[in-house]
Design a protein around this ligand. Structure first.
Ligand code: DGL
Length: 293
């Protein structure tokens, strides 16, 4: 059985909404085992209010680090990174780099009616979503809406609080009047707010999680076909890292995923910041001790 190691990253727990989709690859492919390395750069979260140069620097550091850990594909589970530093990551990496904006654009470009993309300020300022969608369908109507208050709420585990609902309402309140037909959850933190968002919008408005589209394109890339074959005898193997507190990351991840993480390892920013001066981390997966709480 072939083994693929996918390195993934986000500014924090948001990319776990992508991981939960991609973990299904192990049920959807029979001839391959997919392992994941996930890094949440929580010490520098949020990325969405940062400028391009900073984001490019962080992304290059993380790509180098994931490669040293043996990633043979990289998933940018952070749309802010993809919007601001996608080309830089792809140029730097000798292995394929995947992002969600490319994965979902074709689907969105074919949707009837107005599409609203909820995203971070940095993603909105790049216009990455509207450019990718209108390249495929010049008449598509795309509104991009910056939602800077949402990432800190998700990072603090507030998925359904009154504050979260009030903040969401401030972004969504005129969607019906504006005749929005579809909403793209354009920041990987937002699928964890899906329930709260759905509660505030009429059921006729579709919510689109780009990670579902990345799953189907990766499934085809990895299997060479779109056939559905189920295999249950593969052990899930995901290694979690954070630049912030391992205990806090594990706690928020448990709320977001509604399951316990096996373990979370802390990685010092200095190790990311000086990729050429530290010894390479082990490339094999090994038992790690559970995060202390
Ligand atoms: N979850 C990330 C994204 O998809 C980054 C959010 C942030 O750090 O601002 O854009």
């Amino acid at each position: 059985m072939e083994i693929t190691t996918i390195g993934m990253f986000d500014s924090g727990v948001g990319g776990l909404s992508v991981l939960r989709q991609l973990e299904r690859l192990n049920q959807l492919t029979t001839d391959r085992m997919v392992r994941f390395i996930y890094l949440g750069d929580t010490a520098r979260c949020p990325y969405g209010n940062r400028d391009k140069d900073e984001i490019v620097l962080f992304v290059k550091q993380i790509v180098d680090w994931l490669l040293k850990l043996g990633a043979d594909s990289i998933v940018m589970a952070c749309n802010t990174s993809a919007a601001q530093a996608g080309p830089a990551a792809k140029m730097r990496s000798p292995v394929p780099v995947y992002d969600l904006i490319s994965a979902v654009s074709s689907y969105v470009s074919q949707r009837p009616g107005k599409v609203a993309v909820l995203a971070t300020a940095a993603t909105v300022s790049s216009k990455a979503f509207s450019k990718a969608i209108t390249r495929l369908n010049p008449s598509a109507e795309v509104l991009e809406i910056a939602c800077p208050e949402l990432v800190p709420l998700v990072e603090s585990g507030q998925l359904t609080s009154t504050t979260t609902r009030n903040v969401l309402w401030s972004y969504l309140k005129d969607f019906e009047a504006k005749k929005v037909k579809s909403v793209v959850l354009g920041c990987t933190h937002y699928p964890f707010l899906r329930e709260a968002i759905a509660d505030l919008l009429p059921a006729t408005i579709d919510l689109i999680d780009p990670a579902e589209h990345l799953l189907s394109s990766l499934r085809q890339t990895l299997t060479g076909s779109s056939s559905y074959e189920s295999s249950t005898d593969k052990l899930q193997s995901t290694r979690f890292f954070t630049t912030g507190s391992a205990a806090t990351f594990a706690q928020t991840a448990t709320i977001c995923l509604a399951r316990q993480l096996p373990a979370v390892e802390h990685i010092a920013l200095a190790e990311l910041a000086e990729p050429d001066t530290h010894s390479a981390p082990a490339t094999t997966f090994q038992a790690v001790s559970p995060a202390s709480s």
